[in-house]
Write a protein that binds this ligand. Structure first.
Ligand SMILES: [Zn+2]
Length: 336
C-alpha cells in the first residue's frame, strides 16, 4: 500500500482510510486519535477518542467530562487494532501525556509526531525515536535561524533578575498547559524553592500535574487585594499570556514582564508584546532537533504538517529524503 493511501490530508484533518479514523481532527468526527491536549489538536465533540490516559484527563479538565462520546485510553508503548490497522502511542516530549501516533498497515508504518521536542523536560516523558517509513513532522521552528538556547541559561537569567530587583514582581507569561508547569519545574530544578504564585487559570492543570506525581513545590494563588501590591515584591508570578492584556498584570509591585516562548528568539515579537525579559523556552523542536529527529527515524519520506514547511522540505530533499508539505489547516503555532 502506498503511504498516501494509508493516511491523507482532508479538511477535517489527517485521515486513515483503512482504519476509518482521524488524527488530531479539527472538526468533530466519529473516531479520533489525539496526540496531546493543546486545544488546536484536542477538540471536543468526537464520538470516540483514542488517546493517552493523561491526555484524556486533560481534555476532561478543559472541556468537561462529556467532551467525547467514548474514551479509549492507551498507554505509551500500547498498541490497538483499529479496523485492521495497528495503532500505537509513543512519548513525544512536548507536554505531559503527549504522544506520537504510529499507524501500521500491510507492512507500511507512518509515525505522526504531533508536536514534539527532544530536550529533557522535568514535567513529561522524553521523546522516543520510532523507526518508520514516513515521518510526519511539524515545522513550527523550521528555519536554521531557530536554535533554542539551553533551558538552564534562560531560567538563570530570570533568577538573576529576581535577585537584582528584589523590590519588583517578575510576572512570567506561560501557556496554561505544559509551559507553565515546565517553567515551574525548571525553577525548582535550578534550586528555587520559594513559593511561586500562579494565576487562577493555571490552578487546575497544576493540581492535575501534582496528582500525577510531578512535584511543582509550593504554589500559591496570585490573588491580589486592593492596595496590597507590595505583598508580591521579589516574587515570581506565573500567568497565561492572555492575562497580560487585562488589569491583572498591572496590579503587581513594579512588575517586570517576562514571557516564556520559543518566539522570544525574535526580538520584534518580544517588543510588540512589551516583554522586558524574554525567555526563550519552547515546547517545540528547534531546527537542529527537527533535522536530527528526521535522520534518526530512518524515514525515507517526510510529510510536514504545519509551520515553516519550505526550508525543512528543502533540507530533506538535499539529504536524499522525499518530502512534501501537507498544508494542514487549523493548527496554531502560538501554543508553544
Ligand atoms: Zn502542542
Amino acid at each position: 500500500m502506498r503511504p498516501s493511501e494509508l493516511l491523507k490530508p482532508t479538511p477535517a484533518g489527517l485521515y486513515c482510510q483503512p482504519g476509518d479514523f482521524y488524527i488530531d481532527p479539527v472538526r468533530a468526527v466519529s473516531r479520533a486519535a489525539i496526540t496531546h491536549g493543546h486545544s488546536d489538536h484536542a477538540r471536543s465533540g468526537h464520538a470516540h477518542v483514542l488517546a493517552t490516559p493523561e491526555t484524556l484527563d486533560i481534555m476532561a479538565i478543559r472541556y468537561g467530562e462529556d467532551f467525547a462520546g467514548q474514551r479509549q485510553p492507551i498507554a505509551y508503548g500500547g498498541e490497538v487494532d483499529v479496523n485492521g490497522v495497528k495503532v500505537s502511542f509513543h512519548p513525544a516530549g512536548h507536554v505531559f501525556g503527549s504522544a506520537q501516533i504510529a499507524v501500521e498497515y500491510q507492512g507500511t508504518r507512518i509515525v505522526v509526531s504531533g508536536d514534539y521536542k527532544r530536550r529533557a523536560d522535568p514535567t513529561c516523558t522524553g521523546f522516543e525515536v520510532v523507526p518508520c517509513d514516513v515521518f510526519v513532522t511539524e515545522a513550527t521552528f523550521g528555519l536554521p535561524v531557530f536554535t533554542h538556547p539551553p533551558d538552564a541559561e534562560e531560567i538563570g537569567r530570570l533568577l538573576h533578575s529576581v535577585e537584582q530587583f528584589p523590590e519588583r514582581t517578575h510576572i512570567v507569561g506561560a501557556y496554561a498547559l505544559g509551559k507553565a508547569q515546565r517553567v515551574i519545574g525548571l525553577l525548582r530544578q535550578a534550586g528555587y524553592h520559594e513559593p511561586i504564585y500562579i494565576h487562577g487559570a493555571l490552578e487546575r492543570l497544576c493540581a492535575f500535574y501534582e496528582s500525577q506525581g510531578i512535584a511543582l513545590g509550593d504554589l500559591r494563588p496570585a490573588t491580589l487585594e486592593k492596595g496590597k501590591s507590595k505583598d508580591f515584591a521579589g516574587t515570581i508570578v506565573i500567568g497565561p499570556p492572555s492575562a497580560f492584556a487585562d488589569r491583572w498584570a498591572r496590579r503587581f509591585a513594579d512588575p517586570i514582564s517576562c514571557f516564556a516562548s520559543g518566539w522570544m528568539r525574535i526580538r520584534q515579537r518580544a517588543k510588540q508584546r512589551g516583554v522586558e525579559l524574554p525567555l526563550i523556552l519552547s515546547d517545540h523542536s528547534d531546527w537542529p532537533e527537527l533535522t536530527q529527529t528526521i535522520t534518526e527515524t530512518g524515514a525515507s519520506e517526510v510529510w510536514v504538517t504545519h509551520g515553516r514547511e519550505e526550508a525543512l522540505v528543502r533540507w530533506c530533499e538535499l539529504s536524499g529524503i522525499k518530502a512534501k508539505p501537507l498544508h494542514l489547516v487549523g493548527y496554531e503555532d502560538e501554543n508553544e
